[in-house]
Ligand binder design. Structure first.
Ligand code: BGC
Length: 264
């Protein structure tokens, strides 16, 4: 007799009416941003609210800030999606390269659901950006393998094949030249070492060429705050694969989190 796997209670599967606006929250090292999202348009349904990330940014302290943020949007009653810059499996956080170490092992779905009294689903930040760019942004309508990368404090990466996300790719932590790639090629490395765009572009070429060798993708999308300066570095990259800037820019996390909360 074959037994059916028990469906995970962590997997969001809502079909909201088109007029419902789930909330997306983007949890970053310095700021926490949230807004109700219009999933038809892939855009904020109301102006977003930004609050400072508490320090230390422990799960409990951050969850309390999420509750405050939710109070700004009393009409957004659906599920809530939250990005976390770490590996997330079945609602539990498994890594914390650039956030407080106490997140590791935290059942964030449960903790934030209990703290806020709302149904919360957490998702890796790059995966949220990847979902949003594929559904509404720079990779909309693209078939095959799209790799969405975010260049910030770390390097986030989402692998999306024919519109389906393979979660937690964590390609920022590939070892390249004996180093953790993000410590050498993230935007934070450019700032820390005061690299020229040309010098940084050389490192990015090495990084994206490694991804090409491993995955033969059809498209790279480059997000993160620095993507608004993409004219200054993308033309300097020497790659075989098409590479384009993200189009949702700093909305991708919030929009992708809301989408994830509804569709997984
Ligand atoms: C983390 C990833 C995250 C990325 C961008 C990395 O250090 O390991 O989970 O997506 O930073 O925030």
């Amino acid at each position: 007799m074959t037994t059916q796997p028990t469906p995970s209670t962590h997997r969001p599967s809502h079909r909201l009416s088109p007029s419902a606006h789930p909330l997306g929250i983007d949890f970053g090292g310095t700021g926490i941003k949230g807004a109700p999202v219009d999933l038809e348009l892939g855009d904020f349904a109301q102006e977003r609210v930004r609050v400072r990330t508490p320090q230390p940014a422990t799960p409990e302290a951050v969850a309390a800030v999420f509750s405050e943020l939710l109070a700004h949007f009393p009409d957004a009653t659906g599920p809530v999606g939250v990005t976390v810059p770490g590996i997330v499996r079945h609602g539990v956080v498994h890594s914390a390269a650039n956030i407080d170490g106490s997140w590791v092992g935290t059942d964030a779905d449960r903790l934030i659901t209990e703290a806020t009294g709302r149904e919360v689903h957490v998702v890796n930040d790059a995966d949220a950006a990847g979902l949003a760019e594929v559904r509404y942004g720079a990779a909309r309508g693209r078939e095959g393998l799209v790799i969405v990368t975010t260049l910030g404090t770390g390097i986030g990466a989402a692998l999306v094949f024919d519109g389906v996300l393979v979660p937690n790719a964590e390609l920022g932590h590939l070892e390249i030249g004996g180093r953790d790639a993000e410590t050498w090629a993230a935007n934070s490395a450019r700032e820390r070492e005061d690299l020229s765009m040309a010098a940084w572009a050389e490192r990015l070429t090495t990084y994206y060429r490694t991804l090409e060798k491993l995955f033969s993708p059809d498209l790279f999308v480059v997000g993160g705050g620095v993507s608004k300066r993409s004219d200054e570095f993308l033309p300097l990259l020497d790659l075989d694969t098409e590479i384009v800037p993200a189009s949702l820019r700093n909305k991708a996390g919030v929009v992708g989190a809301a989408l994830y909360a509804c569709e997984g």
